[in-house]
Design a protein around this ligand. Structure first.
Ligand SMILES: [Zn+2]
Length: 73
């Protein structure tokens, strides 16, 4: 495993504002998610969010806690 790479998941259930949060596999918030979809294995959250938007949920955004650099809303 290359340093910096993480497994990313997107929450299948939208937030009240309609967005689907993207998490790293070890995020404490992800443990609370009932249903999630595997996004991919990336060394940065921007690629993960882009993939989530392209292939899963157009309204995806990085988690405030584990993907703060990609949290825009
Ligand atoms: Zn998270």
């Amino acid at each position: 495993m290359t340093a910096g790479y993480e497994y990313y998941y997107v929450n299948d259930n939208a937030q009240p504002n309609g967005e689907h949060e993207v998490h790293k596999s070890d995020c404490a918030r992800l443990a609370l998610v009932n249903s999630k979809t595997y996004v991919g294995y990336y060394d940065n959250c921007k690629d993960a969010v882009r993939e989530a938007k392209n292939n899963h949920y157009a309204n995806s955004d990085g988690c405030y806690y584990c993907c703060r650099a990609c949290h825009t809303r």
